[in-house]
Design a binder for this molecule. Structure first.
Ligand code: UD1
Ligand code: CA
Length: 456
């Protein structure tokens, strides 16, 4: 069976109070519409149409990679009018599924259930019983429980408003029948809109069965209309991801204080403390331990690595058995080999640090190539920038850099070389020797500390 999915995404989203079209607002850093798209590509033999209107150019540009048929609805005259825009492209024999671009957390199982109810004589409708159904279309049934029609809140009588069963807006039916009903819609209602929901009564009149099913959780069918709902669904989504990770064996100290905005692949016995944020694509090996308040983006972290609290890591590779932080910052193109130690208030950018090397305190290492078993003393700075260009610092295996040293690039520190503390190194230094550049220490016997002048 061929499937046609129509995603409605033309609405303005006034209540978001934003310049950004509603469906481009994100959950887990992924636009709402992309969530819905990702769900629909999971369905077989599926042609996807997305109806856009408000901010359509921006929507298409942001989601240009989606292989879908974009359809413009220049004026938003209602959900029925939106689907009418696709009508001419619907194959009579296909099953048509209607989704909303602002309902991001629907689950694949729920869609499968809905589609399994759909056939040539049955329209399947996803409904939900709500404690507070205000704002939703209500499902009107006869005494035997048969669905008769949907009434929109604004058109409902006081009695109809008491119906707890709400319309999620998500439904599926045969293409041929849908096209017929679409051609029969009118806008004689409280909002002067072409309601898609009116097709239910038309289907009943044509002798169709209306099958209903419901999602496992209400959150699946919640739409985003304002920033409060966006925040609510963000937390729901994050909790789902946290639960997925825990099922994979990850220890999360507090699943409600965890954020994944992208992908996270994990090995065994990974432990993550509170308030850690992962963005982009991340991979953690076995026995990785991430401390509290870390922000980690596009990182590959090897086995047995310990990242202590308050580290910021981006586009970096950390070799196995390394220890990072607390308060370390690994900037893009940082590659740490195995067994490295990067301590507090150390910033590393575009550098390769060899196996077993240590940079434990207060340092800036940029554009550097550091060998194995190098020890970088506290307060060391690679001066990589002359105000116009960047230059490389090379530190060969076994070198020891004394504290508070400036290495003015381009410069190479030889193998097993030692640099005396407080040096400013501007020229290459030989292997094995001690190099230092500082004036001799002296004491002035006659010197006196200045004293404060008496006020007149
Ligand atoms: C709709 C349903 C209502 C249901 C509710 C669930 C109708 C008439 N009503 O109401 O029964 O309970 O959803 O949330 O269908 N859109 C377009 N073009 C338009 C109008 C809307 O693309 O001309 C899109 C919107 O971007 C949105 C979706 O359709 O994604 C729903 O539109 P919205 O205006 O939010 O419908 P509701 O009034 O909430
Ligand atoms: Ca809505």
């Amino acid at each position: 069976m061929n499937l046609t999915t129509i995603i409605l995404a033309a609405g303005k989203g006034t209540r978001m109070r934003s310049q950004l079209p509603k469906v481009l607002h994100s959950i887990g850093s992924k636009p709402l519409l992309r969530h819905v798209y990702d769900l629909s590509i999971g369905l077989e033999n599926n042609t996807i149409h997305i109806v856009i209107g408000h901010g359509s150019e921006q929507v298409k540009k942001t989601l240009a990679d989606l292989p879908v048929n974009w359809i413009e609805q220049p004026q938003q005259l209602g959900t029925g009018h939106a689907v009418q825009q696709v009508s001419s492209q619907i194959d009579d024999n296909s099953m048509v599924l209607i989704l909303y671009g602002d309902v991001p957390l629907l689950q694949a199982e729920t869609l499968q259930l809905l589609l399994s109810e759909t056939n040539e004589k049955t329209l399947a409708l996803l409904t939900v019983n709500l404690v507070n159904p205000t704002g939703y279309g209500r499902i009107v049934r006869d005494d035997s429980g048969k669905v008769l029609r949907i009434v929109e809140e604004k058109d409902a009588t006081e009695i109809e408003k008491k119906i707890a069963e709400g319309n999620t807006g998500i439904l599926a039916m045969q293409g041929k029948a849908l096209k017929k009903w679409l051609s029969q819609l009118n806008n004689n209602n409280a909002q002067g809109e072409y309601y898609l929901t009116d097709i239910i009564a038309l289907a009943v009149a044509d002798g169709f069965e209306i099958a209903t099913c419901s999602p496992e959780s209400e959150d699946e069918v919640l739409g985003v209309n304002d920033k409060l709902q966006l925040a609510h669904l963000e937390r729901v989504y994050q909790l789902q991801q946290a639960q997925n990770l825990m099922r994979q064996g990850v220890t999360l100290r507090d699943p409600t204080r965890f954020d994944l905005r992208g992908l996270l692949e994990v090995g065994q016995d990974v432990e993550i403390d509170v308030n850690v944020i992962f963005e982009g694509e991340n991979r953690l090996g076995n026995n990785v331990n991430i401390g509290a308040n870390c922000s980690i983006k596009n990182a590959t972290i090897g086995d047995n690595v310990i990242v202590l609290a308050n580290c910021v890591i981006e586009d970096a590779v950390i070799g196995a058995n390394s220890r990072i932080g607390p308060f370390a910052r690994l900037r893009p193109e940082t590659i740490l080999a195995t067994d490295t130690h990067i301590g507090n208030f150390v910033e590393i950018k575009k550098s390769i640090i060899g196996q077993g090397s240590k940079i434990n305190h207060l340092s800036y290492i940029g554009d550097s190539l550091i060998g194995k078993k190098v020890n970088i003393g506290a307060g060391t700075i690679t001066c990589n920038y002359d105000g116009a260009n960047k230059f490389q610092t090379i530190i060969e295996d076994g070198a020891f850099i004394g504290s508070d040293t400036q290495l003015v690039a381009p410069v190479t520190i030889g193998k097993n070389a030692t640099i005396g503390a407080g040096s400013t190194i501007t020229k290459d230094t030989p292997d094995n020797q001690l190099t230092l550049s500082r004036s001799k220490q002296m004491s002035l016997e006659s010197w006196q500390r200045p004293v404060k002048k008496e006020k007149l």
